[in-house]
Design a protein around this ligand. Structure first.
Ligand SMILES: [Mn+2]
Length: 320
């Protein structure tokens, strides 16, 4: 990683990130481009809908909170000893989207069967241009206008992120949730990548942006997001039947306790950015599946540089 070192070794990049802890890295653009090339190859080798088995740790939105990502790895195990699925929204809002992407993409390249990264609605150029990531790159790579090319390359690679994961054949994971045009798992399997800017009203856009809601029984326009749908309990029951699934794990919304159930515990929202955006006092949570498919939630407080002693993980009651 040193400036005099022209070689690039993914494993030492990962090791350095874990060894040095929550610091800001002075990445060389050529190293970023090399990692993005490797990550794009790795991501494009895997299908649009991943099919995974437990054990597995599932994590929700990170939003640039790099220290909280490190907390997750420290408490749950490094990615060579533990399998992870992230539900997207790596970038924007927080200050260190770049560190999160570098570490997670490096882990994807080095441990392709232990690191799985779904796409969130913030891994879209028309979103992350305005909510932090673009500005972070512009500020950090203002010399020689390097930020422009880097930003465009990141957005291309985002287009290769898978969009859904099916765990143990019955647990569906997707960033936002359900859509009225989702009729079978094959609809998810056949989403073509790269779709760098998801088409208006298309299935990809809908599942990246959807929210569960008590305000409708079935589906209704998602007026808070200005696109996609809100889905109610009847929509959940109907689509679960069609897809043959028993649980939907999604992220996309800040919830006070880091996780929150909906529709008789058939849907769970998972959010892994505690103290979100420096403006909320929410906890973060992750969901850990044992080999047998049993799951527990772990909640954690934010790891701010001011008071890192607050960092802690609490195991809470298992799901039924
Ligand atoms: Mn989101």
């Amino acid at each position: 990683m040193g400036h005099k070192d022209s070689s690039f070794n993914v494993r030492s990049l990962i090791k350095d990130h874990f060894f040095r802890g929550p610091i800001e890295w002075d990445y060389r653009p050529d190293i970023i481009y090399k990692l993005l090339d490797l990550a794009e190859k790795s991501l494009s080798r895997q299908p649009s809908m991943l099919e995974l088995r437990t054990p597995l740790v599932v994590c929700g939105d990170l939003h640039g909170q790099y220290q909280d990502l490190l907390q997750i790895f420290q408490s749950q195990g490094l990615p060579f000893q533990q399998r992870y699925l992230f539900l997207g929204d790596y970038v924007d809002r927080g200050t260190h989207s770049l560190e999160i992407l570098m570490l997670l993409l490096a882990c994807k390249v080095e441990y392709p069967d232990n690191m799985f990264l779904l796409r969130g609605n913030h891994e879209i150029s028309s979103v992350n241009k305005y909510y932090g990531f673009f500005g972070e790159l512009r500020m950090r790579f203002h010399r020689n206008n390097e930020w422009d090319g880097l930003y465009r390359r990141f957005c291309q690679v985002f287009g290769y992120l898978p969009v859904a994961a099916l765990v143990n054949g019955t647990v569906l994971c997707v960033h936002g949730g359900l859509a009225p045009t989702l009729k079978s798992l094959d609809d998810l399997r056949s989403i073509k990548r790269p779709e760098i800017e998801p088409a208006d009203g298309g299935l990809l856009e809908n599942i990246l942006w959807a929210d569960p809601s008590l305000d409708c029984a079935h589906f209704s326009a998602n007026t808070d997001r200005n696109c996609s749908y809100i889905y109610g309990k009847e929509a959940v029951d109907e689509i679960f039947e069609k897809l043959g699934i028993s649980l939907l794990i999604r992220a996309h919304q800040m919830v006070d306790h880091g996780y929150e159930y909906f529709a008789n515990r058939r849907v769970v929202t998972l959010f892994s950015a505690p103290g979100y955006n420096d403006s909320y006092e929410n906890l973060g949570a992750i969901m850990k599946f044992t080999r047998d498919g049993e799951c527990n939630f772990y909640q954690f407080d934010s790891a701010t540089p001011v008071d890192r002693s607050r960092s802690r993980f609490t195991r809470i009651a298992s799901t039924e």
